[in-house]
Structure formats: structure tokens, C-alpha cells
Design a protein around this ligand. Structure first.
Ligand code: COA
Ligand code: MG
Length: 304
């Protein structure tokens, strides 16, 4: 799968930021119609997003569009208008506040019809944002709800609101969490999402880190997400992209070790042996699978 280490969110109505985002080195640019756009700018944002998606600068870009939630008067219109007017010009639709598999069925069927109508050869994928108690409860069914599903995304701020968790920082996005809870406050929700995503062979993406001036806090939060199995993290500011790309890229040592593991395993097979030792550590078939997964990631990032 193509890497999704960094996903830069850009408010749909701010054209100046679109230009900047398209020129950035984020793996994905996500044009947002939801919470970064005020209600009275929703329609203007939709028009601007369509214009940006159809612009020549966007043609070579991996692009996502976040529609409004389906329980608002904007969500269905976002999907209909953007998918018709910019058919084949974006990779995925991000659906916020997915509560059950039926939300995904609805988006999937609507996209089926629109794509038959436009005749596009680039069908859209779906990214399901899990940010409510209901959504987390149904996360496995959501992950399996459509072949279009590409990622499950964790929305920390809305999830906190949904379960009534205490707000720690102004943005509620993973800052200074340790001060009120020992360990990692979002461990369960993130691991649950990762498990559902990986069981359906899709990616797991972490919520953005709100304090965009705090590069070390971001690196720490991203490192924890990576350790739990997340494949990338949203960014809300261009200054966050390089840190995310670095944290979610396997290190040279990791890649070299994985190659040694595969080589040792190949040799062991030839000699009819099972577990072997590499760098003084036991290597069995589970380790080999991990190594293959890492090399696969490295291949997609042109690191080999
Ligand atoms: N995408 C593209 N460009 C962005 C950007 C983004 N997400 N965030 C900031 N920039 C640009 C600014 O326009 C500015 O450009 P300029 O130098 O040409 O004027 C430059 O980066 C520096 O921005 P800065 O002054 O540091 O930040 P700001 O105060 O203008 O904006 C935010 C701060 C948080 C309002 C802004 O980053 C933002 O809107 N982020 C996205 C929020 C979002 O999408 N939320 C929903 C998902 S959770
Ligand atoms: Mg949200």
C-alpha cells in the first residue's frame, strides 16, 4: 500500500492554503469541508475544493476530501457535488463521525451511482473516522463495510467529547496527557482501531497533534502511534509534515536488520532448520513476517 505517513488537513475555504498544501511533501493532502470550515462558508468551501481538485497542480497529488458528517444538512451534498464535479480527481472520501457500518454502506452506494454516471476509471476509496463511542463499538463492522475502505482514522477531540473525557490541552489533541493519567490515555481506543484496521488489511491513522509549534511533543505522540501499529498521523500545519514522515519511515538500521532476518531465514530453510539467531536474538516465522512487512513498507518508500 502507498504510504500515508503524513496527511495534511487544509480548510476547504482557504484557497491560499491549498496552494501551499499541494506544494508540500505531505503524503496526502486532505481538503476539509467539516470542522475547519464555519457553517456560513460551507458552500463556498465546496466550490473551492472542487476547483482545487480539478486544477492541474492537483493532478499528480494523492488527495482526500473530508465531507461533513452524515447527520448534518451538508454531508450528503458534499459527497454528491464533489464526487460528481471532481470525479476521478481524488483518492478518498473521509467520512467523519462514522457510527455504524450503514454510514459506510450509504457512502459506498452513492459513490457507485455517481461513478457509473461519470464513468470514472479512478473509483474513490473511503476513510472512516472513528470519533464517537458508537463508532468505536462498531469499528470492526465499519472496517469491513465496503471494499472501498482504505483507512480507519482516530479523531481524538470528538472522541473525548463523545465519552465525556476531560480536556487537557486547548485543542484536545494529545498534549500533556500524562499529567492526568498514568501511561497512554488513548491506548485502548487506538489499539482497538489498529486491530480492526489490520484485521481488514487497511491502514490505521492517528489524530492530529494540536500544538503545531511543539515538534518534540509531536514526535513523541507520533512515535507512540507508530509503536501501536498506526501507519501515519494527520497534520494540521505544514511544519508538522517532516517530523511525521521521519517518524513513520523505517530507519536504515530497521531495514538492514529486516534484510538480515530474511536472508537468515532463507538459509535456515535450505538447511531444513526452524528458528535461527540473528544479532544474538531468536528469529522465528513471526519475526520473519514482521521483517517482510517492514521491507514491504520500505519498498513503497523507495528505500531499498
Ligand atoms: N495547510 C496549508 N498551509 C497552511 C496550513 C495548512 N493546514 N496551516 C498553515 N498554513 C500556512 C499559512 O497559510 C501560512 O502561510 P503564509 O506563510 O504563506 O502566510 C504558513 O502556513 C504559516 O502559518 P502560521 O502563521 O504558522 O499559522 P496560522 O496561524 O496561519 O494557522 C491554523 C494556524 C491552525 C489556523 C492553521 O494551521 C489551520 O487552519 N490548520 C488546519 C486546521 C484543520 O484543517 N482542522 C481540521 C482537521 S483536525
Ligand atoms: Mg472530529
Amino acid at each position: 500500500m502507498k504510504p500515508r505517513r503524513s496527511i495534511l488537513s487544509v480548510p476547504g475555504h482557504v484557497a491560499k492554503m491549498h496552494t501551499k498544501a499541494l506544494a508540500s511533501n505531505a503524503d496526502i493532502v486532505m481538503l476539509d469541508l467539516e470542522d475547519s470550515v464555519p457553517p456560513d462558508a460551507k458552500e463556498a468551501a465546496r466550490r473551492q475544493v472542487i476547483q482545487t481538485l480539478n486544477a492541474p497542480e492537483a493532478a499528480t497529488r494523492a488527495l482526500a476530501v473530508r465531507i461533513n458528517a452524515l447527520d448534518t444538512p451538508f454531508g450528503y451534498r458534499d459527497l454528491l457535488e464533489v464526487a460528481e464535479a471532481a470525479s476521478g480527481h481524488f483518492d478518498t472520501v473521509v467520512v467523519p463521525k462514522v457510527n455504524h457500518a450503514d454510514d459506510i454502506h450509504f457512502v459506498d452506494r452513492l459513490l457507485d451511482g455517481i461513478e457509473m454516471h461519470t464513468g470514472t476509471e479512478r473509483p474513490a476509496g473511503i476513510e472512516a473516522s472513528i470519533e464517537t463511542a458508537q463508532g468505536l463499538e462498531a469499528v470492526s463492522a465499519i472496517a469491513r463495510a465496503s471494499r472501498r475502505i482504505r483507512t480507519l482514522v482516530f479523531g481524538i477531540a470528538d472522541y473525548s467529547a463523545s465519552v465525556g473525557a476531560r480536556i487537557v490541552s486547548i485543542s484536545g489533541h494529545g498534549e500533556a496527557e500524562e499529567e492526568i493519567y498514568p501511561g497512554h490515555r488513548w491506548h485502548f481506543a487506538m489499539s482497538r482501531i489498529v486491530m480492526a484496521a489490520k484485521a481488514s488489511d487497511v491502514m490505521a491513522i492517528d489524530a492530529p497533534y494540536g500544538n503545531f509549534r511543539d515538534a518534540s511533543g509531536l514526535a513523541r505522540a507520533a512515535g507512540m502511534a507508530c509503536a501501536l501499529g498506526c501507519d501515519g498521523k494527520w497534520a494540521i500545519h505544514p511544519a508538522q509534515i517532516d517530523t511525521l514522515n521521519r517518524v513513520f519511515t523505517p530507519s536504515r538500521e530497521d531495514v538492514e536488520r529486516a534484510a538480515r532476518i530474511i536472508a537468515a531465514d532463507d538459509a535456515a530453510r535450505h538447511e531444513g532448520r526452524g528458528a535461527v539467531a540473528v544479532d544474538g536474538r531468536m528469529v522465528d516465522q513471526a519475526t520473519v513476517r514482521l521483517a517482510r512487512r517492514l521491507l514491504d513498507q520500505a519498498r513503497h518508500l523507495d528505500l531499498l
